[in-house]
Design a protein around this ligand. Structure first.
Ligand code: PXP
Length: 236
């Protein structure tokens, strides 16, 4: 399994003082050197962490892949079509949320999301949808013609009882199988850490996990490259 590293929270720390340090681009390069398969950043409407300059510089310097996480709004779509990341991951976005709170409502929005997907494909950009592990959303993703689905693991990560963890894990496993059968590439992310990752790694259909908060937190104590190396070792 591959590891994509989300660097949003390096930028969060920079924004706490409004200067240049720490630079998320620096973190991204270290993550690549330590074995990450790609770099993820979320260009939010309010630019609370990653900004337009970061995405442009990342586009120039990365040697693995740039996954631009984004809401499918006209402003951000226009930026993505100009910068041309390798991949866009479409997520729901609310101004008042601390982090992405759930999967995208693909079912019911197939027409719009098909159009958006077509525009990205015309520029050679792959499209991933961040969704709940539900067959209805997977069927809708297939209808939109996307390449990848990222299964939301947040509910699994937040489950506290043993029974709750098992129920949420089984939802993810079943959804991964369902999506792989539909010939979608399957990835997963949100709330994953060194404790809850192991079970997810045992789902063979999941090709990559996207991890940010726990990895950046770990990096404060052991350094960024070492934290990435630990997560690369955990997923492989
Ligand atoms: N995948 C998506 C779509 C996300 O929105 C996030 C959070 O930015 C992540 C993965 C990574 O989640 P975490 O920061 O909890 O590891």
């Amino acid at each position: 399994m591959n590891l994509a590293v989300n660097i949003d929270h390096v930028a969060t720390l920079r924004e706490a003082r409004g200067g240049m340090e720490p630079d998320p681009v620096h973190a991204a390069v270290l993550a690549e050197l330590a074995g990450a398969s790609g770099i993820v950043c979320h260009l939010r409407e309010d630019r609370r962490h990653v900004n337009d300059r970061d995405v442009r510089v990342l586009r120039d310097v990365l040697t693995t892949k740039l996954d631009l996480e984004m809401a499918a709004t006209p402003e951000i779509i226009a930026i993505a079509l100009e910068i041309v990341p390798d991949l866009v991951t479409l997520v729901p976005e609310k101004r008042e949320e601390l982090t992405t709170e759930g999967g995208l409502a693909v079912h019911g929005n197939e027409d719009y999301l098909s159009e958006v997907t077509k525009a990205f494909h015309e520029r050679g950009i792959l499209v991933s949808l961040f969704i709940e592990p539900e067959p209805m959303q997977i069927d809708a993703a297939v209808q939109c013609g996307v390449d990848i689905i990222e299964l939301h693991t947040g509910t699994y990560a937040n489950a506290r009882s043993r029974a709750g963890v098992k129920i949420q894990f089984e939802r993810i496993r079943a959804a991964a199988m369902y999506a792989a059968n539909a010939e979608l590439v399957v990835t997963a992310g949100h709330g994953l850490d060194l404790r809850n990752l192991e079970a997810i790694c045992r789902i063979p259909e999941i090709e990559e996990v996207s991890i940010g908060h726990a990895l950046v937190s770990r990096a404060l104590f052991v350094g960024f490259e070492q934290a990435v190396r630990e997560y690369v070792a955990a997923v492989s």
